[in-house]
Design a protein around this ligand. Structure first.
Ligand SMILES: *Cc1c(COP(=O)(O)O)cnc(C)c1O
Length: 351
């Protein structure tokens, strides 16, 4: 019989409505040149697919370690950082101690906790969408969580939380995961802490830098911590194609990724500026490749009108503190223009 804790779950939701302009999943807008695609074809077609891949993905780890400025002993790779979130939820603390995270945030922290039967301590963000330190500390004292997740920057709000609040929660003896999925757009990191402290790990991913389809997540921790988490890892969790393509892209074509990250950073500023110039639209600050915006109208309505215009964004208005809010990812300049024009028409129509 399927346990009630699983029955209570709802599967992870993503936007699947087909649309010309898809700005709903925080993916990097990038089209790899033909030369790159040809090279990918070559490395993939020469793989012995009847063989298991390297269980330790050693060559890929070497390249990632170099890129992130750490040693391979500090790394655990996952099938996306989602898998690493699950490993951490299994590995850290007693299963009868709760998992703490602010809300709204990335849904996987709650899903993994529930799947394992762990209690969740969800602390609402303040109205300014930053951490509510007082409530967090009270929650730590009352519920004694052993594990905390902070999305940094936070998805879906886009901001990096105040560092001192994260550190004060950690200081109470809570093992702290800093999920830096958007590190390349924020430049802010707890990496030094993750390399020095037993109570801190950092998560990164290739998903937001153009390689979401490969499913490669990266956990960075002290050697001892990485070694323990690695025991949990399912064998061969990084597929053969993912290992060789990710290695190729990070080694030979990283400059293309970096150029596109820079393009997104420039476009983020332009898109936020131009969107906030539309009457009635409020734009929230962002350290990520997406941002929140708000209109005076029900978000479901704006969302549906944008789909009619061929633009898909994410309706996040059902989340606490995010009434009338939508989340949009930064795309190619042409896509951002199409979104802006669509917003202008939709706002005019609804007023
Ligand atoms: C997108 C995202 C991830 C995704 O991870 P995968 O590596 O694609 O599994 C993890 N954390 C946050 C906060 C995200 O927004």
């Amino acid at each position: 019989m399927i346990h009630p804790r699983i029955r209570e779950l709802s599967a992870y939701k993503t936007e699947t409505t087909p649309c010309k302009v898809k700005l709903s999943s925080n993916e990097l807008p990038i089209k790899f040149p033909e030369e790159v695609k040809r090279k990918i074809g070559e490395v993939v077609s020469s793989l012995p697919l009847n063989r298991y891949p390297d269980p330790n993905a050693s060559e890929l780890k070497e390249v990632i370690a170099k890129r992130f400025g750490v040693s391979t002993d500090n790394l655990v790779l996952g099938n996306g950082s989602d898998e690493l979130i699950q490993y951490l939820t299994i590995a850290v603390g007693e299963l009868n101690s709760p998992v703490l995270y602010p809300v709204p945030t990335f849904p996987m922290y709650g899903i993994c906790a529930t799947a394992l039967g762990r209690k969740k301590v969800e602390v609402p963000l303040k109205e300014d969408l930053d951490l509510d330190l007082e409530t967090l500390l009270r929650a730590v004292e009352e519920k004694r969580p052993s594990l905390a997740f902070f999305s940094y920057p936070n998805n879906p709000t886009g901001n990096c939380f105040r560092e001192d609040a994260i550190k004060k929660v950690r200081q109470e003896g809570v093992f702290t995961v800093i999920d830096e999925a958007y590190y390349h757009f924020s430049g802010k990191t707890f990496l030094a802490d993750a390399l020095q402290r037993e109570d801190t790990v950092v998560l990164r991913t290739l998903s937001k830098i153009g390689l979401a389809g490969l499913r490669v997540g990266v956990l960075i921790a002290k050697e001892e911590t990485a070694r323990e988490i690695n025991k949990l890892r399912l064998p061969f969790n990084i597929t053969y194609p993912s290992q060789v393509i990710a290695k190729l892209m990070l080694e030979d074509f990283y400059h293309i990724i970096e150029e596109h990250v820079q393009m997104v950073l420039r476009e983020r500023e332009r898109l936020m500026r131009e969107l906030s110039n539309i009457e009635g639209v409020k734009v929230f600050p962002s350290d990520a490749n997406f941002f929140l915006f708000k209109t005076p109208y029900p978000a479901g309505l704006v969302h549906a009108e944008l789909i009619k215009e061929g633009v898909l964004v994410r309706d996040v208005s059902y989340l606490p503190n995010l009434e009338n809010c939508l989340r949009v990812s930064v795309g190619f300049p042409e896509e951002n223009d199409q979104f802006l024009q669509a917003m202008q028409r939709v706002m005019k129509k609804l007023c």
